[in-house]
Design a protein around this ligand. Structure first.
Ligand SMILES: [Zn+2]
Length: 83
C-alpha cells in the first residue's frame, strides 16, 4: 500500500498540465483549486488567473468608484435625515 502511494506521488509530481491561457506545461500545484472543475483544478495556471483578476479589477475600477460615490451620497442623506 505504501509503495503504491509513493508511486502515485511520484507520478503526480512529474505530471505537467498545460495551461489553457499561456500554454505552458506546469505542475498541478501551479493551478488553483476549483471544486467545480474537472480534476478539481482550474484550466489556467495561477499566474494567468492572477493576471485576469488584475485586468478585471482595473476594468471595473471606474464602475466601483461610481458605486462608492453613490453609496456615500445616500449614506450622507440618511445621516442627515436621522438628525
Ligand atoms: Zn498560464
Amino acid at each position: 500500500m505504501e509503495n503504491q502511494n509513493v508511486w502515485i506521488e511520484r507520478k503526480t509530481r512529474d505530471y505537467r498540465e498545460k495551461c489553457s491561457k499561456c500554454g505552458t506545461p506546469k505542475i498541478l500545484e501551479a493551478f488553483n483549486r476549483d471544486k467545480s472543475k474537472f480534476a478539481g483544478r482550474r484550466s489556467e495556471c495561477s499566474e494567468c488567473s492572477q493576471k485576469y483578476a488584475k485586468k478585471h479589477y482595473e476594468d471595473n475600477r471606474e464602475q466601483r468608484k461610481e458605486y462608492q460615490r453613490l453609496y456615500y451620497e445616500v449614506n450622507e442623506k440618511v445621516k442627515m435625515a436621522e438628525w
